[in-house]
Design a protein around this ligand. Sequence first.
Ligand SMILES: [Fe+2]
Length: 214
Amino acid sequence: MEALRLKQKKAKKNEKDESKIFEEDITSEINHGIRVSNLAYHVAKRLGLYEDQCHELAVAGMVHDIGKLRVSGYLYGRDKDTLAIEEMKYVRMHSRLGYEILMRYDYSDYIVESILHHHENYDGSGYPENLVGDEISLSAKILRVCDVYVALISDRPYRKAFDKKTAIALMIEEVKNFDMRVFLAFQSVIHEEELEELWEDQAVVVGIVESEED
Ligand SMILES: [Fe+2]
């Protein structure tokens, strides 16, 4: 009887832990989406894209990692050694999963295609299709640069946020991953101080409300 009670208590605790992880993940995903969205919009504008394309990029920035919600192992019961987990193959599936989710709704080809390729690298070392150079669309190249920068200037479970200068230095070391025209437009945008608060940490907090039956 005592063993059963302990088991039930442990199950309840695991449920709470999972819900906490879910809240943390959703909150950080939403914050990440907002910041990538704002930055991508301005980089697109700086590159002279039409207003409707800039808007589409803002939408793509918001939902670019939606595929992670399908990678349930990533959200639930994960080990906090996230660095190792991010290397894992199933996390690399999220761009295709995101593409598949959004294809079922009314998102434009421009948006879904940029999400499918937001982890492609200019030198061909990205995923899921190892596209090279101009095989990658301009919109996906913009998302790539913005996504990397926002990730670097954000706290992660395994490290603190890098400051802006360090983040740029790290990106320059890996500049082979980026389209140079996009990278230069990105650099000119992030050096504009009046825009900076758009990709600073947002105060969005997501909470899960427990139902009455619990
Ligand atoms: Fe991603």
